[in-house]
Design a protein around this ligand. Structure first.
Ligand SMILES: [Zn+2]
Length: 464
């Protein structure tokens, strides 16, 4: 009897805590409008402390993006029926001037068209067309400070005839008009993409180890099956290299777009936990089979292993209100460039490209240590792509030197692959980011080779 009472008590507590800890997000989209509305409903919270934070960056973008500039009409709804106007704070957040009010809901508008017209790098922007809405999670979803780790229910409402696709739960069977997703926390919501509209094509690749999808919006003719074939080929090659697949499913999201202005640039792609996004000019339409054109897919898919599942300080947990300092961009990018091109695609000549890049770098880049260059790249990796290229080139050449030393010292029994698998294993066991000073020790431990000489050589500026 006692136990039964206790069990009932625990059951009530669990239910109450579930109800308290789930935030309801609703994305409302009306076709023909260039804006969307987002609503957050939550456990009652005082205006004294409440901040609605809008992301200013995202893992892997290595740039500061002022998403708050595209948000307007922030309203707070009190338990007593009042509607309060949100105002912009000192950083990337809204707050409410009225004190001692209790809010239960916030809504705001996001001007998707203004976002696309303002952000010249097409990879950072959501897109809206007459028959398409492409949403990058971090470009539209904000969060209430302190609630980042609460679970989320996302409801999507659009035109009754529009199909809804999400990388959170990819499927060729798409509901129309409304859809609902459950997400463990804000970081996973921010990492996801939504593709809405009757112009979106979805294709599931058969014979894949994990469910593999292609979701495309295109303003020209494309061959979606060929994109899927390239995705499957890339996945197979990466599986051979790493020996396992950590993603439960994977989606290749593509946009082939007529440029919205001459100033806009297309071609950068972005990695996500279980997907990649690529915004390309219509002139880059994928039509014909080409096994050599898979470098971009291999690179971005490989990021699902590293850094998305093994990472240095700053990458995760992510400081959404700023573009945080990340000291390991050379590792995130360089190690993946090295294994993608040198090993998986067997392009040995890529080393010459890396060497040329660092030798031709401007003085302000050559003068910086590896860590200093990464700190600089934390906000301007692609803005001045010489910074980005030098980061991945130095990281790739460091990886190559490590590879050479490991193979030499172990008579070919081990290689750089064991170092990268060591980093992945370490993160799995420790469930946290590695610190800068731990990287060499982790790789030395897992390969059984003292890697300190190569490590220290590459830490220095190229020219003192
Ligand atoms: Zn990359």
């Amino acid at each position: 009897m006692k136990n039964t009472v206790l069990l009932i008590f625990m059951f009530i507590c669990l239910n109450v805590s579930f109800a308290q800890n789930t935030i309801s997000y609703t994305l409302n989209h009306t076709p023909n409008s260039k804006k969307i509305t987002i609503e957050l409903a939550f456990d009652t919270t005082s205006t004294d402390t409440l901040k609605l934070v809008i992301p200013r960056s995202a893992p892997g973008t290595y740039e500061l993006t002022n998403y708050i500039a595209f948000i307007s009409n922030v309203n707070g709804y009190t338990t007593s029926g009042k509607i309060l106007k949100g105002v912009v704070g000192d950083g990337s957040f809204f707050f409410f001037k009225e004190k001692n009010e209790v809010l239960k809901k916030i809504s705001y508008e996001v001007d998707i068209n203004k976002m696309e017209m303002t952000l010249l790098g097409s990879f950072a922007s959501s897109k809206i067309r007459d028959n398409y809405l492409g949403i990058l999670g971090y470009a539209v979803f904000g969060f209430i400070e302190g609630f980042e780790n609460e679970s989320i229910v996302l409801k999507v409402h659009t035109h009754k005839d529009w199909s809804i696709f999400s990388t959170l739960k990819p499927s060729v069977q798409r509901n129309k008009g409304t859809e609902l997703y459950k997400v463990d926390n804000f970081a996973l919501l921010a990492d996801s993409q939504l593709l809405l509209g009757d112009a979106v094509q979805v294709y599931q690749v058969s014979d894949s180890k994990i469910p593999l999808f292609v979701a495309v919006y295109s303003e020209t003719t494309i061959n979606i099956e060929e994109i899927g074939r390239r995705g499957l080929l890339s996945l197979k090659k990466l599986t051979e290299y790493f020996g396992y697949v950590p993603m439960p499913h994977y989606t290749l999201c593509y946009e082939f777009l007529n440029p919205v202005s001459e100033m806009h640039n297309y071609g950068f792609s972005m990695e996500h936990l279980n997907s990649m996004t690529s915004s390309l000019n219509v002139s880059k339409a994928i039509l014909e089979p080409n096994d050599k054109a898979i470098g971009g897919i291999i690179h971005h898919m490989a990021h699902s292993w590293l850094p998305l599942r093994s990472f240095g300080t700053g990458y995760k947990p992510f400081e959404w209100q700023t573009a945080p300092i990340i000291e390991t961009i050379w590792l995130n990018e360089g190690f993946i460039w090295y294994i993608s091109y040198y090993h998986i695609l067997d392009n040995k000549a890529v080393l010459q490209f890396f060497k040329r890049t660092i030798n031709q770098a401007p003085k302000y880049i050559q003068d910086k240590s590896l860590k200093e260059l990464s700190v600089l790249g934390s906000t301007q990796y692609s803005l001045d792509f010489r910074i980005g290229k030098n980061l991945f080139s130095r990281g790739a050449l460091l990886a190559h030197d490590l590879d050479h030393l490991i193979q030499k010292e172990t008579n070919g029994q081990k290689s750089f692959r064991d170092a990268i698998l060591g980093l992945l294993k370490w993160t799995e066991e420790n469930n946290k980011a590695f610190k800068y000073d731990e990287i060499e020790a982790i790789m030395s431990e897992y390969t059984g080779v003292d890697l300190s000489s190569v490590w220290h050589k590459w830490q220095k500026p190229l020219k003192n």
